[in-house]
Ligand binder design. Structure first.
Ligand SMILES: N[C@@H](CCC(=O)N[C@@H](CS)C(=O)NCC(=O)O)C(=O)O
Length: 344
């Protein structure tokens, strides 16, 4: 067979491959266009962890994870209410994202390697650095989780929580009996009803779930943190534009805090001559349009939702019922590990 024959056979095959590659790329890289034409962002959230995502009695969703989707909607539509919240259980959340039922999952989900390489998902940023803790009855006067040997341990199925418990008890040569439940409310009921001696999940969620107990003050969260739980939004792989928008929404809120721009000072900031502030406000650089949004995308986020500190303090901070200190979620300039790359 001559080379020309081989090539002529190859060309249509290569062309077809290019078309398939192009259409596949296009088919998966459409999240922003889909959201814009639908007129609302579809956001998967936890069904009811106060401070992170919970509906108010009037049906309005609030919380730290909810606000991330509101920030995205603000960036896209200049309207933080253009979000349809879809409550999802721990076990169902990643399937819903894979199936395209939501545009983004913002549900206290831990970024793990398996969830990326096995599920085809990606976690663009860490919005809340957390770790797993234990809650016990105060009257037991326990000082450390190392005294929990022989416990019945309540945890939610479909989470990293259940896996970490096994690692922790096995590594420390302690016996335990897992009591796995399907929802946070069930876990709380089981613990409050005495079906287990300790309840475990992300420490932030323990602060929230403690409020659901009959007598919250009778329970303490032990100081031990047994895992790394970097929490953040998840999206499907293969949409670089959407990946950038999600990532930079978080970074804009961090950069705004670092530069002292808040929902209260955003109008002043629009007149600032500081180069960093001018780029954040979209007065220089034109990065918003290059990302598929408008150049004032960050202004919209800050005005409608706030900077990172505002979102944190409003939902989970020390002045809320959860009372979680900023801790490692402080900015890097204040001793924490929240660090945003520069907008430039
Ligand atoms: N960060 C862990 C745990 C996430 C999780 O689902 N935590 C439970 C414990 S509070 C929760 O949010 N449940 C909400 C619900 O079922 O209402 C993970 O990603 O697996």
């Amino acid at each position: 067979m001559s080379i020309s024959v081989r090539l002529s056979k190859l060309v249509p095959i290569l062309a077809m491959g290019a078309i398939i590659a192009f259409t596949c790329g296009a088919a998966t890289a459409q999240t922003l266009a889909t959201v814009k034409s639908r007129g609302t962002l579809t956001c998967g959230v936890g069904p009811g962890v106060v401070g992170f995502s919970a509906p108010s009695p009037s049906g309005r969703w609030t919380g730290f994870d909810v606000d991330f989707c509101r920030a995205l909607a603000a960036a896209i539509f200049d309207d933080a209410d253009k979000v349809t919240f879809v409550p999802l259980s721990a076990a169902d959340r990643f399937r819903a994202l894979q199936a395209g039922e939501i545009d983004i999952l913002s549900r206290n989900s831990t970024w793990t390697m398996g969830r990326e390489v096995e599920l085809g998902l990606t976690f663009p940023v860490v919005t809340f650095y957390d770790g797993q803790g234990f809650m016990v009855q105060r009257a037991r006067k326990l000082e450390t989780a190392l005294d929990l040997g022989g416990s019945k341990v309540c945890a939610q199925s479909g989470t990293t929580t259940a896996l970490n418990v096994a690692d922790y008890f096995n590594a420390n040569g302690m016996k335990y009996e897992p009591v796995l439940t399907a929802s946070a409310d069930e876990t709380v009921r089981a613990y409050d009803g005495g079906q287990c001696d300790t309840m475990t999940t992300d420490a932030s969620a323990l602060h929230s779930e403690r409020l659901k107990l009959a007598r919250p003050d009778d329970h303490v969260i032990l100081p031990d943190i047994i895992s790394k739980e970097p929490l953040g939004p998840a999206i499907r792989q293969g949409d670089a534009q959407w990946f950038n928008i999600v990532k930079w929404t978080h970074f804009a809120m961090l950069d705004a805090e670092e530069l002292g721009v808040s929902s209260k000072t955003v109008d002043e900031a629009l007149a600032s001559q500081k180069p960093d502030v001018r780029r954040l406000m979209g007065r220089d650089g034109g990065y918003g349009e290059k990302m598929g949004l408008t150049n004032d995308w960050a202004v919209r986020i800050i005005r409608r939702v706030g900077n990172y500190a505002e979102v944190y303090e409003r939902n989970v901070g020390t002045k809320t019922r959860l009372g979680i200190p900023r801790g490692i979620n402080q900015l890097w300039t204040a001793g924490g590990i929240q660090y945003a790359p520069p907008i430039r």
